[in-house]
Ligand binder design. Structure first.
Ligand SMILES: NC(=O)c1ccc[n+]([C@@H]2O[C@H](COP(=O)([O-])OP(=O)(O)OC[C@H]3O[C@@H](n4cnc5c(N)ncnc54)[C@H](OP(=O)(O)O)[C@@H]3O)[C@@H](O)[C@H]2O)c1
Length: 267
C-alpha cells in the first residue's frame, strides 16, 4: 500500500519505520526540516522523500498527519486545495477535533494515537473514526495498523483518558518506577542504580507473567498473602495510589481543555 507520512518527528518516524518493515508498503515522507525525512529514507528502499506536502498527497491517498496540533493547521491550509473525498487522513494530534477537521477538508478523517511501545511492535494504538469513514474503511485501516500494534477503537470522548493509559502510560509508569528506586535508595541499603536495576528486571518479569495470561488481580493475590509483608505495603499505598491517579487524569483533562497552567518536570 502507498502510505504518506507528514511530520517525521518521534511519532512520524515510528510509523514510517514500522510500515517500512513490510515490503508490501511504499512510504512517502515529508518533513519541514528535510534532513529528518532524508535520514529515514536512507537504507530503506521503500521509503521515499516527497518534495512537499501537496506532492505527497498526490502520491498516496492514505496520509498520516504527525505534526503537533499547532503545526497541523498550516499543513492543512497547504493541503486543502488538493485533498479529495477519496483521501483518508489519519491524525496523531488528539487536540484537533474530528468535526473541526471534517469542516476544513472533504476527506475522511481518523484519529490514531500511537505509543512508544509500537517501536517494539507492542502495545495498543488507539483509533477513533470520523463520520465519513465507512465500515469497509475501518477494515483496511485496522489491517494496516496491525502492522504496528493492536488497534483499539474508542470514541473521540474516550481518547483523552485512553491515551493517558496507552500513550502517556509508559512515561507515567517509568517516572513512578524512578521515584520508587529513589525511595529505595533513601533507605541507605541500596544505591539508586542497584534499586533501578532490580525494579526494571522485576517489571520485565511482570510483563512476561501478564503475557502468559496472569491477570493483575491474580498477581496481587498470589504475592500478597494475608497478613504478610506485601499486604502491609499495599495497605500503606492504597488510598494514596487512588488519589494520585485521580489527580493525574484531572491534570491531563485540564491540559486538553487548554488550561493555562503548564507544569514542567524540571528547569
Ligand atoms: N510523542 C508521543 O509519544 C505521542 C504519542 C501520541 C500522539 N502524539 C502526537 O503526535 C503528534 C506529533 O508528536 P511528536 O512527538 O512526533 O512531535 P515532534 O517530534 O515534534 O514531531 C513533529 C514533526 O512535525 C514536523 N512539522 C512541523 N510542521 C510541519 C510542516 N508544516 N510540514 C511538515 N512537517 C512539519 C516537525 O518538523 P521539524 O523537524 O522542522 O521540527 C517535526 O519533525 C503531536 O500532535 C502529538 O501530540 C505524540
Amino acid at each position: 500500500m502507498r502510505i504518506g507520512v507528514i511530520g517525521t518527528g518521534t511519532i512520524g518516524s515510528l510509523l514510517t519505520t514500522g510500515f517500512a518493515a513490510n515490503p508490501a508498503h511504499a512510504v512517502f515522507v515529508y518533513n519541514r526540516t528535510p534532513a529528518k525525512a532524508q535520514a529515514l529514507a536512507t537504507g530503506r528502499p521503500n521509503v521515499r522523500v516527497s518534495r512537499d506536502a501537496r506532492t505527497l498527497a498526490g502520491e498516496c491517498e492514505c496520509l498520516f498527519l504527525c505534526t503537533k496540533a499547532a503545526d497541523a493547521k498550516q499543513v492543512l491550509a497547504e493541503l486543502a486545495p488538493v485533498l479529495t473525498p477519496a483521501h483518508v487522513l489519519l491524525t496523531t494530534a488528539s487536540a484537533l477535533s474530528l468535526s473541526y477537521l471534517e469542516d476544513v477538508v472533504p476527506s475522511k478523517w481518523v484519529k490514531v494515537i500511537p505509543s512508544l511501545t509500537q517501536s517494539v511492535h507492542s502495545g495498543v494504538i488507539l483509533v477513533s473514526y470520523g463520520r465519513r469513514c465507512l465500515s469497509s474503511d475501518r477494515l483496511w485501516i485496522e489491517e494496516l495498523l496491525r502492522d504496528l500494534a493492536q488497534p483499539f477503537t474508542v470514541s473521540e470522548e474516550q481518547i483523552r483518558v485512553a491515551s493517558d493509559l496507552t500513550s502517556c502510560g509508559p512515561a507515567f509508569l517509568a517516572f513512578l518506577v524512578q521515584q520508587w528506586a529513589a525511595a529505595a535508595a533513601r533507605t541507605g541499603q541500596l544505591s539508586d542504580h542497584e534499586a533501578e536495576t532490580l525494579l526494571v528486571q522485576m517489571l520485565v518479569g511482570l510483563a512476561a507473567l501478564l503475557q502468559n495470561g496472569h491477570s493483575l488481580q491474580d498477581i496481587v493475590q498470589r504475592v500478597a498473602v494475608p497478613g504478610g509483608v506485601t499486604e502491609a505495603g499495599l495497605v500503606s499505598i492504597g488510598p494514596a495510589a487512588s488519589e494520585l491517579f485521580d489527580q493525574l487524569h484531572q491534570a491531563t483533562q485540564l491540559y486538553a481543555q487548554g488550561s493555562s497552567i503548564v507544569a514542567h518536570l524540571s528547569g
